[in-house]
Design a protein. Structure first.
Length: 333
């Protein structure tokens, strides 16, 4: 299975027989068997025919819409996945011990994964980031001893500051940055990870819906208008190992250059060019398809994309049973 990314302005996505077609303004056309599509992502000013939209909904192929800069607008998906009984159980677990235990598991795993990713890059650069690693360990231990989600989020935020401080010391000198920034991102690295997090959110959102859960009923992130808080919860353990690692790998491996970014004065911020976006999306897609053995409950290799789906299965089971101990976040080594 594969994902179709369309980031050419003016393209038309349609259907011909059993193929999905992408027609460019210059008349060129690309065709893909619709059976092979796992999802379609439209970035910018392209559009989809009604016939193609109907076919995607019938087949359960989600269609996601982003701006050119990576802002997520929404998605088109069928209602065949809805499981009302499961969603009632999900909602009832808000502000319970289940939520606290789940938050502890996910946020401590996130910090551990950040530590491992940072260790890889400090080693590749011949650095010893003792202070940053020490603070990550302290913050993780604090999360593991908290009994309130708000406190856990505070320590997770502290860990993030030291983590990004460490990455800024490891990144190629041409791509310096001063910590995490967004809305809009002010440098190339933050531009890449902001877009990457949006794409990761889309992946998780889709898998959450496929398991009949409500993406807007979260446990860690508090209720927020128009924000899919459960999807936000479930991307935390994946951020560093999928998105941050991909961005660092491309920058330090010189797979993407300063010329692949531009600064917009009308809409202040740093943005990736069309050519840079193509490079980044290809690299990120290869990352999603990379097979690993980090999930404790399977004794065979699975792709990161498959791993996200399996994690949502286990989350659904934990919610059904009302037992957060049944969920084990991914932790890399």
């Amino acid at each position: 299975m594969s994902l179709l990314y369309v980031n050419d302005s003016g393209a038309t996505i349609g259907i011909e027989g059993n193929c999905c077609t992408v027609k460019q303004k210059d008349g060129s056309k690309r065709m893909l068997p619709i059976e092979s599509l796992d999802g379609i992502t439209i970035m910018g000013q392209s559009h989809m025919t009604t016939q193609c939209a109907e076919e995607c909904m019938q087949r359960g192929i989600p269609v996601s819409y982003f701006s050119k800069g990576g802002k997520y607008f929404g998605r088109l998906i069928s209602t065949g996945h809805v499981n009302v009984e499961r969603q009632r159980k999900q909602c009832a677990l808000y502000d319970t011990g289940f939520a606290v235990e789940l938050a502890m598991k996910i946020l401590s795993a996130k910090i551990k994964n950040q530590s491992v990713v940072l260790r890889r890059y400090e080693k590749s650069k011949g650095l010893n980031l003792e202070e940053e690693q020490k603070m990550l360990a302290i913050c993780r231990n604090k999360v593991l001893t908290c009994d309130r989600i708000e406190e856990m989020i505070g320590f997770e935020g502290q860990a993030a500051k030291y983590y990004f401080k460490g990455l800024s010391a490891c990144i190629d000198e041409n791509f310096t940055f001063q910590g995490r920034n967004r809305r809009p991102p002010r440098d190339e690295f933050n531009s890449m990870i902001s877009l990457g997090y949006s794409i990761l959110m889309n992946e998780v959102y889709c898998k959450v819906e496929m398991k009949g859960l409500n993406p807007y009923f979260g446990f860690i992130h508090r209720d927020a208008e128009k924000h899919p808080t459960l999807a936000s919860d479930m991307i935390e353990e994946w951020r560093a190992i999928i998105v941050d690692a991909t961005a660092m790998s491309m920058i330090n491996g010189h797979e993407i250059l300063k010329d692949h970014f531009y600064f917009n004065m009308d809409e202040p911020g740093c943005y990736i060019t069309k050519d840079g976006l193509k490079l980044y999306l290809n690299k990120l897609e290869r990352k999603f398809q990379t097979e690993v053995r980090y999930l404790k409950y399977v004794d065979y290799a699975v792709s990161f994309r498959r791993g996200i789906f399996l994690q949502m299965e286990h989350l659904a089971k934990a919610i059904e049973e009302g037992d957060a101990s049944l969920y084990e976040p991914i932790i890399i080594r």
